[in-house]
Write a protein that binds this ligand. Sequence first.
Ligand code: SAM
Ligand code: SF4
Length: 312
Amino acid sequence: MRDRCARNITYLRLSVTDLCSLRCRYCMPEEGILKRDHGDICSVEELVEIAQAAVVCGVRKVRLTGGEPLVRRGILDICRGIAAIPEVEELCLTTNGLALPQLAAPLRAAGVSRLNISLDTLRPDRYAYITRVGRLEEAFRGLKAAAEAGFTGTKLNVVLMKGFNDDEIPDFLELSCRYPVEVRFIELMPIGEGRNAQFLPAEAVLESNPCLRPLEGSGVARRYRSPGGRGTVGLIEPMSHRFCAACDRIRVTADGKLKPCLHSNQEIPLRGLHGAALRQALQAGIAAKPERHHMNETGRSEAGRNMHQIGG
Ligand code: SAM
Ligand code: SF4
């Protein structure tokens, strides 16, 4: 379905929990969040029903996110339910990777086509610092498990932070040369806790590596390859190159609120709606999708939630 700016909305980002096994400083408050009552977040059946209604509205790609989707009880049932919808061409999942040693193979069997794994640093001390509670070796074990389970086209999400990981750009590029992965450098967005970290424009990757060769872009990413590299490099630049004109996505939070734009506080409650009423609510949300965000002018997102409560 097209929105009022004639953008074709084909991509649903569906958050399955706002809980997480990590406490990344730019995403979650240190104390974590209060566990909600079971009934406060969408059930497995509700999530599948939302995805079913979304495909009727034209969605063809679904990404499960969170919080950390792999801590959600019933995650494999959610995957199986959505993968079984014939119109869903791609079911992806964004994860911190920690639970992949146990879950990579079952996720593939449940119909997940591709993974994005978040990894902001390759240094153990920095990983412990940025995630507050994580151990880098566990994240590496997750990466290995994904490859062993047969996942291909895996993307590594790296949020760029000045003074934290800018000196690791060469190491991440080296990784994209050695392995068939796409390293995606993501610009930090001033959402919630994200306002406390230091922004670095993704252009810095190109400035320090003029040998990167441009490839055809995909979705919201500019893409490159190092000469002879097995993998690729992507730049996601929500701040420097606002890509709102090409935005093809809607989001649904774990508590069942449709967010037509990540950076708007507009939310449309979906819980309790079924059949035609659910489809109409989704259509109304798509129709009301804002033309663009205003973070560049205001320096802050109007999202009204932290990132772990939306899903990125
Ligand atoms: N827990 C999973 C993970 O970390 O991959 C999925 C949820 S997480 C919210 C999704 C993505 O959003 C991650 O790649 C994370 O690094 C990114 N993210 C979180 N806060 C951000 C911010 N303020 N700016 C840019 N990206 C952010
Ligand atoms: Fe958890 Fe992902 Fe947020 Fe880190 S970025 S705290 S792993 S939801």
